[in-house]
Design a protein around this ligand. Structure first.
Ligand code: SF4
Length: 289
C-alpha cells in the first residue's frame, strides 16, 4: 500500500514564487510567507525519517534558490529543506533576499559554529527539533550530539536569534516533554511545541513507537506545552502553536478523519490524524466533540 505523507497542494506551493506562495498560504488560513526550500544532506539519522541514512540527498539547484531569493521583497521568509545550512546557496540566498524577518528550520547542529554568521546574514529565528533533556534519548532518536545542539542553541540566543523548539511525541520521550518545555521557557522564553509522528512503516514501527492518543492525553494533560498537528479532540484546552515555518510544515502533512468524525462538530475544520493512527489503532482514540 502506498501512503501519501504530504498534501498534494504542497507541490503547487513549492513550485510557486514568493508572491504566489504568500497568496496560497493566506488562502489556507496560514501566515503569509515566502518559503525557500533548500534540499541538501541532513546532519542526522532520525529513526522515523524516510531519508535516514541517505547521506547524498541531491542538492536543489543553486541558481533556482538564488533567483527565488532575489524575488523576496519584505515580509517573512521561511527557509527549510533537509538541512538548509548544508546547501551551498544558504548564506548567499539570505543576503540576496530582502525579507523583514527570516526563520530557518534546522537541526541546529551548525549553530555552535555559525550562529553569529547566521545572525549577520539576517537570520532572526530558528525552529529546531529536540527530543529530551536527556542526551541519551535525544541521541538515540536523532543520531546527533545533544551537547553540541544545546551549546548551539545558547549561542544562537546570545547572538540575538530567537529559538523555537519542537518535538515529536514518541514512546521514548513522552514523559520528558513537560520538563523539556519548562527548560525551553527558562532558556528561550517560549514553550516546547509537540507534534505527532507519521507512520512510515518501511522505516520504523508506528504501532509500537508512536504513543496512542489516550497515552498522549494522559501524559500531557498537565504539561505546559503547545501542540501542533493533533486532532482537535486531543487536549482541546492546550494552546496550538509553533513558529510560522513549523505551522506551514505540519499543514503540509497529510491527515485523515475517521468514520465517526462525520458526526463531530469539528468535522469541517479539524485536520484529523495521521493515516497510520486509523490503520494501526482504529478510531478508539478519537472523541466526538
Ligand atoms: S472526532 Fe474527528 S473531527 Fe472530531 S475532533 Fe476528533 S479527529 Fe477531529
Amino acid at each position: 500500500m502506498t501512503v501519501r505523507h504530504e498534501r498534494e497542494e504542497m507541490g503547487a506551493l513549492m513550485a510557486a514564487g514568493p508572491e504566489e506562495q504568500r497568496r496560497l498560504l493566506q488562502a489556507w488560513g496560514l501566515p503569509a510567507a515566502a518559503l525557500l526550500m533548500l534540499e541538501s544532506p541532513c546532519r542526522g539519522h532520525c529513526v522515523f525519517c524516510a531519508n535516514a541514512g541517505v547521506r547524498q540527498t541531491p542538492l536543489s539547484p543553486t541558481s533556482r534558490a538564488l533567483d527565488f531569493a532575489r524575488q523576496v521583497r519584505g515580509g517573512l521568509l521561511c527557509v527549510g529543506g533537509n538541512e538548509p545550512a548544508t546547501h551551498p546557496a544558504f548564506l548567499e540566498a539570505l543576503c540576496l533576499a530582502r525579507a523583514d524577518r527570516v526563520q530557518v528550520m534546522t537541526s541546529g547542529m551548525d549553530l555552535m559554529d555559525c550562529a553569529e554568521s547566521w545572525a549577520a546574514s539576517g537570520v532572526h529565528e530558528v525552529a529546531v527539533p529536540i527530543y529530551s533533556r536527556r542526551a541519551s534519548v535525544h541521541q538515540s532518536v536523532t543520531g546527533m550530539d545533544h551537547g553540541r545542539l544545546v551549546a548551539g542553541l545558547e549561542r544562537a540566543r546570545d547572538a540575538g536569534i530567537q529559538v523555537h523548539l519542537h518535538s515529536l511525541a514518541l514512546q521514548e520521550n513522552l514523559n520528558d516533554l513537560h520538563d523539556l518545555s519548562k527548560w525551553s521557557q527558562a532558556l528561550f522564553g517560549r514553550r516546547l511545541v509537540v507534534a505527532p509522528t507519521r507512520a512510515k512503516d518501511d522505516v520504523w514501527d508506528y504501532a509500537t513507537q508512536a504513543p496512542a492518543l489516550d497515552d498522549v492525553r494522559d501524559e500531557l494533560v498537565r504539561a505546559d506545552v503547545e501542540l501542533i498537528g493533533w486532532p482537535d479532540c486531543v487536549l482541546p484546552d492546550h494552546p496550538r502553536g509553533g513558529a510560522e515555518v513549523i505551522r506551514i510544515y505540519f499543514h503540509g502533512q497529510a491527515r485523515v478523519q475517521g468514520r465517526l468524525c462525520v458526526q463531530c462538530s469539528r468535522h469541517a475544520s479539524c485536520a484529523g490524524v495521521v493515516e497510520g493512527e486509523l490503520r494501526h489503532r482504529g478510531e478508539s482514540g478519537l472523541t466526538r466533540m
